[in-house]
Structure formats: C-alpha cells, structure tokens
Design a protein around this ligand. Structure first.
Ligand SMILES: [Zn+2]
Length: 49
C-alpha cells in the first residue's frame, strides 16, 4: 500500500493493491497508475534515480 495526494479531495489517500491499474518503468523512474477510491484516475512517479 502507498499513499497519494488526491487532487479532487485535496488530501492524502491511502491506496491498496487493488487500486493500482498498472506500473510502468520509464527513464525518469517508475510510474504508478492508479484509480483513486473517490473515482478519478491518476499517476505518480516514484523511484527517482
Ligand atoms: Zn481522489
């Protein structure tokens, strides 16, 4: 599980594995595409070099 900042609710939301749509590796790091429990989809980058 990890937490994201929800731009809709404007607060931090804890996501579980079931909320993650896919994970992509890019040059800039790892992109985690998720569906927020409040309904929208978003992406966070992690694992910066
Ligand atoms: Zn949200």
């Amino acid at each position: 599980m990890f937490d994201i900042f929800c731009p809709v609710e404007k607060l931090r939301v804890l996501l579980s594995a079931g909320d993650i749509l896919r994970i992509e590796r890019t040059d800039k790091g790892i992109e985690i595409h998720y569906r927020c429990p409040c309904g929208h989809e978003g992406m966070v980058q992690t694992g910066r070099k």
